[in-house]
Design a protein around this ligand. Structure first.
Ligand SMILES: Cc1ncc(COP(=O)(O)O)c(C=O)c1O
Ligand SMILES: [Zn+2]
Length: 463
C-alpha cells in the first residue's frame, strides 16, 4: 500500500525549516490519513511579501481576503476563493512585446498567473493552434469562425493548462503529492505532470470511464483509484480525503490556482487574432470553471489595455444528459439544481457544477446563450468538425460543435460575428462513442485487381 506524505513546513506556516526526511514521515498507511493543518495558521507568510503582483486570495461571494495558501473555501460564507492580483503592478511590467518574447507556452502570460518563480511543473502546455475554419463556417452560415484546437496539448486536452499552474504553485507551497478528482482528462494531465516533476500521484476517477482515458492515466504510473460512483461522488470523497491528507488536490485545496490556468485560453485567442477579442465564443461546461476563466481572461486584457474594449459574448454548451446549467438558464433561474448525469460526454458529466451560478451570471451579462445537444447530436458534431476541418475531437468537442451549430441556426450567433469555438480534448480518448457511426474500411486482397474491383463498387455506390 502506498504511503501518505506530509505538507512541508513552509505551507504549515513555519518558514525556512529543514524538511523532514521522507522516510521519517512516510510510514503512515493510507487508511490512517494524517489530519490536515491547512487554514489561516497554515498561511505561508513569507511568500506574500515577496509577491506584490499577487495580493492573496479573495472570496468570490463576500470579498473576504486571505493570504496566499492552499485553501479554497471562505471561512465566513463558504464561497469559493480566487486569486487576487494587483493590476497596477501587473500593468507596470506587462506589454504585448514582453509577452511575444516569452516562451511558446502558457508561461508567456506568467505575469497574469499565480506562480511566483520559474514554473517547476512544466510540460509546455498551451500556445495551441487557432485554426481558421472556413469550411465549417460556410456550413453554418458564419463569416469568420475559428477553432481553438486544444487537443494539441501534452496530454491532449486543455487540462494541461490548469494542471501546470496548479502543480507549479503546489510545489512552491512545498507539496510532494499531486491528486485530483477527475472525469478523465484531468487525471491524465495530473498523472503526466506529476511524472515529469517527480511528484507522488493519486488520481480518482469514476469507474465507468472510457478505456482511452483510463489508459492515458495508467501509462504514467500514478495510483489510479476507480470509484464505483459518478463524478460528483468522486469529488465528495476527494474533499474528505483532502481534509485528511497533505496532498495537493489540484481541483480541491489548490483550486484557486488551478482555475487561473484556463485564463490562458482567452489570452492566446486574443493574441492569435492580432490582439483583438472575438465577438462570440462557445465554451463547454462541466464544473463551469473554464467558462468563468475565459471571461476573466478577456476582462483582464481589456483592463490592462492589451486589447481594445470590445464586448465578448460568451455562450455555454452542455449535453442533454447532464445539462443543469442550461436548464437553469432556460428557466431564468440564478441557481443550479443538481442532476444525475447520463451522457456519452463523460468529461462534461458533472451534475453539481461548482461554478454554475457564476456561469449563469456571465452568460446573461455578456448576452451569450446556453444550449444543449443530444448524444446523437454530439456524435454528429464530432463528425462535422472532423469532415470539414480535419480536427478529431472527443465527445466534449462534439457538444461544443453541436451547440455552435444550433446557435448559428437559431440566429443567436450572428453571421458577421467573429466566433471562436473552444475544442478542449482529443477524439482518440473517446472512440467508444463512434462505434458503428463512422463507416468501415474496404477489405481487399494485396493485388491491383482486388483494388480496382473495390474501387468500382465505391464509385458505383457514390453515384
Ligand atoms: C475536454 C473537456 N472540456 C471541457 C471541460 C469542462 O471544464 P470545466 O469543469 O472547467 O467546466 C472538461 C472537464 O473535465 C473537459 O475534460
Ligand atoms: Zn466569503
Amino acid at each position: 500500500m502506498p504511503h501518505t506524505s506530509s505538507l512541508p513546513q513552509e505551507a504549515r506556516g513555519a518558514q525556512h525549516e529543514e524538511r523532514e526526511p521522507q522516510e521519517a514521515r512516510s510510514a503512515t498507511p493510507l487508511l490512517h490519513l494524517p489530519t490536515s493543518t491547512s487554514g489561516p495558521s497554515a498561511t505561508p507568510k513569507a511568500e506574500v511579501s515577496s509577491m506584490r503582483r499577487l495580493k492573496g486570495l479573495k472570496c468570490r461571494v463576500c470579498s473576504e481576503t486571505y493570504e496566499l495558501c492552499p485553501k479554497h473555501v471562505c471561512e465566513f460564507c463558504f464561497g469559493p476563493l480566487e486569486v487576487d492580483y494587483d493590476y497596477d503592478v501587473i500593468a507596470s511590467v506587462i506589454s504585448r512585446e514582453k509577452i511575444q518574447r516569452g516562451p511558446n507556452s502558457i508561461w508567456r502570460y506568467q505575469d497574469l498567473l499565480p506562480v511566483e518563480g520559474t514554473p517547476r511543473v512544466n510540460l509546455e502546455a498551451g500556445f495551441t493552434p487557432l485554426v481558421r475554419a472556413d469550411r465549417l463556417a460556410k456550413r453554418l452560415g458564419i463569416k469568420e469562425l475559428y477553432i481553438k484546437n486544444d487537443t494539441a496539448n501534452p496530454t491532449w486536452s486543455f487540462k494541461d493548462r490548469v494542471v501546470s499552474v496548479a502543480l507549479s504553485r503546489a510545489v512552491e507551497f512545498g507539496f510532494d503529492t499531486a491528486a485530483c478528482a477527475s472525469t478523465g482528462n484531468l487525471a491524465n494531465s495530473v498523472a503526466a505532470h506529476a511524472a515529469h516533476a517527480g511528484l507522488k500521484c493519486f488520481v480518482f476517477i469514476p469507474a465507468d470511464l472510457e478505456v482511452g482515458k483510463v489508459m492515458n492515466s495508467l501509462i504514467y504510473a500514478p495510483h489510479v483509484v476507480a470509484v464505483r460512483g459518478n463524478y460528483d461522488e468522486v469529488n465528495r470523497l476527494c474533499s474528505e480525503i483532502a481534509d485528511r491528507t497533505k496532498w495537493a488536490f489540484v481541483n480541491v485545496n489548490v483550486r484557486p490556482y488551478y482555475s487561473e490556468g484556463s485564463k490562458t485560453l482567452a489570452y492566446e485567442v486574443a493574441e492569435q487574432l492580432g490582439w483583438r477579442a472575438p465577438d462570440h465564443v462557445v465554451v463547454p461546461i462541466a464544473s463551469g470553471s473554464l467558462l468563468t476563466k475565459v471571461h476573466k481572461g478577456f476582462g483582464e486584457l481589456k483592463k490592462l489595455k492589451l486589447i481594445e474594449d470590445t464586448h465578448v459574448r460568451i455562450s455555454g454548451a452542455q449535453a442533454e444528459g447532464c445539462s443543469p446549467v442550461v436548464q437553469a438558464y432556460d428557466q431564468g433561474l440564478d441557481f443550479v439544481t443538481p442532476v444525475k448525469p447520463s451522457t456519452i460526454a463523460k468529461s462534461l458529466a458533472i451534475g453539481n457544477p461548482a461554478d454554475g451560478p457564476f456561469v449563469l451570471d456571465i452568460i446573461r451579462e455578456t448576452k451569450g446563450a446556453a444550449a444543449l445537444v443530444t448524444d446523437d447530436e454530439i456524435v454528429e458534431g464530432m463528425k462535422l468538425l472532423a469532415e470539414t476541418e480535419g480536427i478529431f475531437t472527443e465527445t466534449a468537442g462534439g457538444v461544443t460543435i453541436g451547440v455552435l451549430k444550433k446557435l448559428a441556426e437559431a440566429g443567436k450567433i450572428k453571421p458577421d460575428e467573429t466566433t471562436v469555438a473552444y475544442i478542449t480534448g482529443i477524439g482518440l480518448k473517446t472512440q467508444e462513442a463512434l462505434a458503428g457511426r463512422v463507416g468501415e474500411p474496404y477489405q481487399i486482397d494485396p493485388n491491383l485487381n482486388s483494388f480496382e474491383s473495390a474501387l468500382k463498387d465505391v464509385l458505383a455506390a457514390a453515384s
